[in-house]
Design a protein around this ligand. Sequence first.
Ligand code: HXC
Length: 257
Amino acid sequence: MAYETLLVETRGRVGLVTLNRPQALNALNRKLLDELKGVLAAFEADAGIGAIVLTGSEKAFAAGADIKEMQPYGFADAMVEDLAAGWDDVAACRKPMIAAVSGFALGGGCEVAMMCDFIIASETAKFGQPEITLGVIPGMGGTQRLTRALGKAKAMDLILTGRLMDAAEAERAGLVARVVAPERLLEEALAAAEKIAGYSLPATMLAKEAVGRAYETVLAEGMRAERRLFHALFATEDQKEGMAAFIEKRKPAFRHR
Ligand code: HXC
């Protein structure tokens, strides 16, 4: 099947999904979410698939949710549509999923990488939650998953300043499981996925579920709260300004500061 925003292949028992909107640094739009949900559901239903690798390009895993798509939203639009909620289906994938990250994993890109079971990063990877620079906050789990992965101090630092973190810092902080040379990224992620796919599928699926339980219940509460706060920011002039400034390639002039 041909996809507009993804490249999809199987390598033995491993499903490989490559985010493929190079013109927008793999910004995550509605179409991409729909396609990704479809592919993951198909891999989940396919007894021949034991693990999944999600990757992007050399320059970007994904530079975030699509700002051009979100810019016109108001609070009511975001709340009624439950903007970003569809990503819960990606996080709910029951088969082991590895993120292979090269280049930018920002905003929603960092959040999608964190939805995977672990991250293997290239030395070139850059992680961050720069939503604050757009007048909003993370809305796909960043305030919850980053805080659980890194602890409060570093999560607050990244989310409040919007600064980026390189692969070495991300590994020290516990966000990333392994860092490898750029040319070895895919090979390393596929080898890890093949290894996982060689074990008993019920055992790997339940191992994933059990580790997930370490924080899942409180996570659901946090996700609901985060999403509503995220929606509320679409009621502000600063969200319009922050996203318009990005699109127009200029510095934002925030009114409320
Ligand atoms: C839409 C994007 C985009 C994005 C990049 N592009 N990121 N389009 N949404 N998130 C587009 C640019 O507009 C540009 O299109 C093209 O991709 C190349 O990007 P450049 O900026 O020219 O590249 P570069 O100078 O190399 O800078 C790379 C970058 C920068 C540092 C990653 O693109 C950037 O800051 N992107 C936004 C990162 C961000 O703020 N992410 C958080 C989004 S909010 P044109 O047409 O000009 O060539 C979010 C909230 C999630 O994720 C909440 C749930 C929905």
